[in-house]
Design a protein around this ligand. Sequence first.
Ligand SMILES: CC(C)(COP(=O)(O)OP(=O)(O)OC[C@H]1O[C@@H](n2cnc3c(N)ncnc32)[C@H](O)[C@@H]1OP(=O)(O)O)[C@@H](O)C(=O)NCCC(=O)NCCS
Length: 204
Amino acid sequence: MTDRSGDFPIVDASGCIRPGRREDLDDVVRIHTRELVSRLTDLGPRIVKRFYANVLERGIGRLSVGLDEGRVAGFVFSAERVDVLFKNALLAGPADAVRFVFDSRKRALPAFLATSLRWKTEKSALDVPELVYLAVDRDRRQTGLGGRLIGAAEKYFQDLGAEFYELSVIEKNPAVVFYRKRGFTVTQRLILGSTAVLRMRRRF
Ligand SMILES: CC(C)(COP(=O)(O)OP(=O)(O)OC[C@H]1O[C@@H](n2cnc3c(N)ncnc32)[C@H](O)[C@@H]1OP(=O)(O)O)[C@@H](O)C(=O)NCCC(=O)NCCS
């Protein structure tokens, strides 16, 4: 079965995972800002929405959404190369730069820029496929949706011909256990400010 609105097949046999669409943006932004601790979240919902809108418009990476009783209850966003992701999605030219500053929470901008710079200098692998964001509504967890969304991301990575992919997760996030159980191993531990962040990798 192929979803006509996207260019890849529905991954899950039950049909509950499908490509993200423009009309999913409000749900994706709501789930992202509520469930994910990230430097993008800190910039505020307007920039989060712009990020996903541009991702869809510009064909960057792959956004998949998970449905529960017909409603978007979770999503996963993956990218081929995370080092150019934010530039391509939010800062591709002067017009982007103006909108970026206009849409962002001004007080969060210095921390965003400092963290981006530290990532660039400290992260061991930059040009690798990455599972960038994964989140499920807190009242819809523990039903297998997170695992199925990882399956959708892995289909994308395998389509790219990748032998492995990586992600970043805050060390104290319970999701670390979730990832370990799914075959991820830690490749690097970074300290960003007062936060310990793990780089995790899964090989196919
Ligand atoms: C991490 C996260 C995406 C997992 O989502 P989820 O939908 O709860 O994931 P699943 O249901 O597939 O798996 C969670 C647990 O439920 C169990 N489970 C799966 N299907 C189940 C079912 N039908 N009935 C009961 N339990 C089930 C799984 O065994 C799993 O347990 P385990 O971790 O001990 O193996 C979710 O907790 C989340 O959004 N967290 C906040 C955001 C976040 O931290 N994201 C990661 C940032 S890197």
